[in-house]
Structures are given as C-alpha cells and as structure tokens.
Design a protein around this ligand. Structure first.
Ligand SMILES: Nc1ncnc2c1ncn2[C@@H]1O[C@H](COP(=O)(O)OP(=O)(O)O)[C@@H](O)[C@H]1O
Ligand SMILES: [Mg+2]
Length: 172
C-alpha cells in the first residue's frame, strides 16, 4: 500500500534549507514536478534556489537564481536537465498558464512550482512523478518541510531519507 504520510524535516536555519535543496537536487530527473507550498516567506524560493544552484554547481555552473515572482518563469540549463522555476501567484487565467510551456519543460527536465494552489487541477494532470513540499514557518522562526512523493518520488524519498519513524506502520 502506498504510504502518503509526509516525511517531516525540521529546518532550523537557512543552512538546513540549503542542505535539503542539495539533497533533493541529486534526485531530480526528466519529468519531475516539484510543488512548493506555504505562506509568503515560508522559504519556497530559498529552497528552490538552493536546489537549482546545487544542481548547476554539480556541473561546474554558477548562476543567479532570482525569484520568478515577476517574470513567472525562469529556466536553467545543465548538460543533464533543463530546470524550470515558476511562480503561479500572479497567474489569473488558464491561457497564461499554457503560455508558460510546462508540458514542454517537463519533457526536457524538472519543473519547480511555487504557489501550485493557483492551478491545482492543471498540476495534477501535468506529471505522475510529483514531489509535494509544504513549508511552514514555526512560532520560533524555524521552518518545517513536509515532503510527499507520488509516482516514482515515493520510493526515491524513502531511498534518500529513510522510512522515517511515523512512516513505518506497525513497528515501534
Ligand atoms: N530555515 C529557513 N529556510 C528558509 N528561509 C529561511 C529560513 N530561516 C529564515 N529564512 C528566511 O525566510 C525568507 C524566506 O523567503 P522566501 O524563500 O522568498 O519565501 P517564499 O518564496 O516562500 O515567499 C528568506 O528571507 C530567508 O532568509
Ligand atoms: Mg517565493
């Protein structure tokens, strides 16, 4: 049976978020849809940036990774993958979403999406290999990430992070 209990990771500071980005970037493959949820300031852009930069640095490439808040979409190319970073906060119509070319982007690489709530139905149709990340700002100023993998991401998460205490139903 598929286990959909999220994997919880405490991010006590920004360095921890960078470390998570690095670990996730090692798992990226063509066709991956990575959805980043959470309030303004929760750390979606910080995590996406860390993952993209870690991937590029792995290929000896260095690039600024600005927030796509205003441009809506930013792309990064390595010999392995095209990485597409989008922010749907300002999307108002389906037509605008189509113009972002996410179907084509998934054919060539991985797509990281901030504010997927703005087009939830479309997101569900885009890819079956999906990583859902929810970031929360905790009262003490730290962040928490909850990761849920769908399709091949379920096994990839377990492989990379271990099963986690509350994902082992029936054991103690
Ligand atoms: N553990 C942490 N992880 C991510 N960001 C953090 C953390 N602690 C503090 N921050 C700060 O919180 C802010 C997160 O902003 P950003 O990544 O743009 O959020 P979002 O894209 O979710 O609106 C940044 O200013 C960052 O420096
Ligand atoms: Mg952002």
């Amino acid at each position: 049976m598929a286990d959909t209990t999220p994997l919880e990771i405490e991010l006590k500071d920004e360095a921890a978020t960078h470390d998570l980005g690095l670990r996730l970037s090692a798992l990226f493959a063509v066709g991956d849809l990575i959805l980043l949820r959470g309030d303004l300031g929760a750390g979606k852009t910080t995590l996406a940036r860390a993952a993209i930069q870690a991937h590029l640095e792995g290929h000896g490439l260095m690039e600024d990774v600005p927030s796509p808040t205003f441009t809506l979409v930013q792309t990064y190319e390595s010999p392995d993958l095209l990485l597409t970073h989008v922010d749907l906060y300002r999307i108002e119509e389906e037509e605008e979403l189509r113009e972002l070319g996410l179907v084509e982007a998934l054919d060539e690489g991985a797509v990281l999406v901030e504010w997927p709530e703005r087009a939830e139905g479309e997101m569900a149709r885009l890819s079956s290999d999906r990583l859902d990340i929810r970031l929360s700002l905790m009262p003490d100023g730290t962040r928490r990430a909850e990761l849920t993998g769908t399709g091949s991401w379920a096994a990839r998460l377990t492989e990379a992070f271990g099963p986690g205490p509350d994902r082992q139903a029936g054991s103690d």
